[in-house]
Write a protein that binds this ligand. Structure first.
Ligand code: ZN
Length: 610
């Protein structure tokens, strides 16, 4: 995982990288924000219980990074950067002991005496420790997901992040390299009845890890100020590490070739089934909805989006299409209009510049329409995606300061199209056409991820940052798109609404797919048909999504779940407050709680409006 994190529906592929461990995926989301221990009014007065809780939380984090040094590095805590965890039974026992210890500590706090914000912190910590414990003891992803084992991200972070002088970092890397053989030996021992899908992913990713230890690294070491003896030792450890990775790849490859466990029809299914799914959904999403409720909602939403899209597409047909050739099938009719609109887009070499120019317009619209507070002292810097971050499929992402590096700039990374083939660039431009590119910018930047981050940064507590809720973060960005259009962004044109609906349909269909694939045996054919016919996607996108849905569970529901929960809460507050309701007040208050689960924010907001 990179220090800089990507979050967007665009960055679907970026998420695949983050699935490697359950905790890691949660950390990746959490990095986006430094969140609020300061709930506007209530946090000003800190009780003795609050102070005790804060002290406990600080100690728990220090112990956590000591127990899981790689996770420390992923949030910018480098004290244990030279340590490497060997993923054996002993390390799993240590992890369980850590979770048990923390869970026991958490029971000692009387929640009635804590501030509302600390109650949320406590809930987040308990949920995270229970979830991680469950992953080790019940879900056992370490056993059946060989993709769990990959040293590339951790070493990549140390080599590519400028957290210390190069020589110090190389020494950290060298110390860790000594354990790579033990790491992969433990990995081999741990794997049992893997799925074919996670085995193939692991082979692919470990080949990527191998490329990290290539001639470039050797050259870098040679050019450094390490002593000659150190350089020689580095070289020999790199060679041994390469052997260990290659050996692991060969081991997995043999499993897929010979082992009857992985023969078609024999391998463990990637589908986790209803029971595990419900549990994982409860831990990862922390939704106010049950899985069944969310599923029903998504199906109803798909139908109502189709109705609304039909109206918009019919209205647009005479403007763009031949009236005589309107298809009778409404889904084909909608698709024809979408395909025609998609041909209107910026020029290939102007892509990054077009994004850059749109940001001030978004900022101005939010200000003119009085939608929420903005902070000019924390500007968003648009830049070309740094090279070391490219290649994981994310075309755009927001890089935020981590919880241990809060003064860093916030960047909006946009990958220029100049290195793509003509066909790839054309496809990217059609996808991010004149309308969708604006929606992307709303989602990523203003008032989406970047704005949420600025609000969450207003306070100092690390807990909601590190244990923050991904569904709230993604849900906010999706809610922000709709909020802008509702306020008249894009002049209420049929074009931007139709394109937004297509974009929104993706999050809805992601939810349906995830639930039906994992718990209802949905076939690949049915999934691809739903994406292409009912969500108007291209075959490549649909095929990639199928793959992603076989490799992870639950995360695909987070976008729509968060959006649905926030929208429901907004409606509830509007109902309750009547004439006194203001979008701006709602948004500011909602964002003031940091990246907490929407259901927790709901409790706090309802309580404060009583
Ligand atoms: Zn996002």
């Amino acid at each position: 995982m990179k220090k800089n994190q990507s979050l967007s529906p665009l960055c679907d592929a970026a998420f695949v990288r983050a699935f490697l461990t359950m905790l890691a995926s949660i950390l990746s989301l959490a990095l986006l924000s430094l969140s609020s221990s300061a709930i506007a009014a209530s946090a000003d007065v800190r009780s003795a219980a609050d102070i005790a809780f804060e002290q406990y939380a600080d100690r728990a984090l220090i112990e956590m990074w000591r127990t899981f040094p790689e996770q420390g590095v992923s949030v910018g805590y480098y004290k244990h950067a030279q340590e490497m965890t060997v993923p054996d039974a002993a390390s799993r026992a240590r992890a369980i002991a850590f979770y048990d210890r923390q869970l026991a500590m958490l029971t000692k706090f009387d929640t009635a005496r804590l501030s509302a914000s600390h109650r949320v912190d406590l809930t987040l910590m308990r949920n995270q420790f229970e979830a991680s414990r469950w992953d080790v003891t019940t879900f056992k992803s370490w056993q059946w997901q060989p993709s769990h084992y990959n040293i590339g991200n951790d070493f990549g972070l140390l080599l590519n992040t400028d957290y210390a002088p190069l020589e110090t970092r190389l020494r950290h890397v060298m110390t860790r390299l000594a354990k790579v053989s033990a790491y992969y030996a433990a990995a081999k021992d741990s794997i049992n009845e893997p799925t074919r899908e996670h085995t193939e992913l692991s082979i692919l990713q470990n080949k990527g890890a191998l490329s990290l230890f290539d001639d470039d690294l050797v050259k870098r070491v040679k050019g450094s100020k390490l002593s000659a003896a150190e350089k020689a030792m580095f070289q020999s450890r790199v060679e041994k590490a390469r052997e260990a990775i290659s050996g692991f790849i060969a081991h997995l490859t043999k499993l897929t070739e010979l082992n009857t466990q992985l023969a078609p029809g024999n391998a463990r299914s990637f589908r986790i089934g209803r029971e595990l799914y419900a549990k994982k959904f409860a831990y990862d999403i922390q939704s106010g909805f049950s899985v069944d409720e969310l599923h029903k909602r998504a199906i109803a939403e798909k139908a109502s989006l189709h109705d609304a899209m039909e109206k918009r597409a019919r209205a647009l047909w005479p403007k763009y299409m031949d009236v005589k050739q309107m298809p009778g099938d409404r889904l084909l009719m909608i698709r024809a209009v979408i395909d025609e609109l998609a041909t209107r887009h910026t020029k290939r070499d102007a892509f990054v510049e077009t994004v850059r120019k749109q940001i001030p317009a978004l900022e101005k619209f939010v200000r003119d329409k009085n939608l929420l507070n903005q902070d000019r002292t924390r500007p968003l810097l648009v830049r070309e995606m740094p090279r070391y971050m490219r290649g994981d499929g994310a075309g755009a992402s927001v890089s935020a300061a981590g919880p241990y590096d809060p003064k860093a700039n916030t960047y909006y990374n946009v990958t220029p199209l100049d290195e793509m083939s003509d066909a790839e660039a054309q496809s990217e431009l059609r996808e991010y056409n004149d309308w969708t590119l604006q929606i992307l910018n709303i989602h990523e930047a203003i008032p989406g991820h970047y704005t949420q981050l600025v609000h969450a940064n207003k306070s100092k507590s690390r807990i909601k940052t590190i244990f923050g809720n991904g569904s709230m973060v993604e849900g906010w960005a999706v809610y922000g798109e709709r909020m802008m259009l509702d306020a008249g962004y894009g002049n209420n044109d049929d074009e931007i609404w139709l394109m937004w609906m297509k974009w929104n349909l993706r999050t809805v269909v992601n939810t349906i797919l995830d639930i039906e694939i994992q718990t209802m045996n949905m076939s690949k054919e049915a999934a691809i048909t739903m994406m292409m016919r009912e969500a108007f996607q291209e075959e490549a996108e649909a095929t990639n999504k199928w793959k992603r849905a076989t490799l992870n569970q639950v995360q695909l529901t987070s976008y729509y779940n968060g959006y649905a929960e926030i929208t429901a809460l907004r409606n509830e507050m509007r109902e309750m407050q009547g004439d006194k309701f203001s979008v701006k007040a709602f948004n500011n208050q909602f964002l003031s709680y940091g990246s907490a689960p929407v259901k927790s924010i709901r409790e706090l907001m309802l309580m404060s409006s009583r």
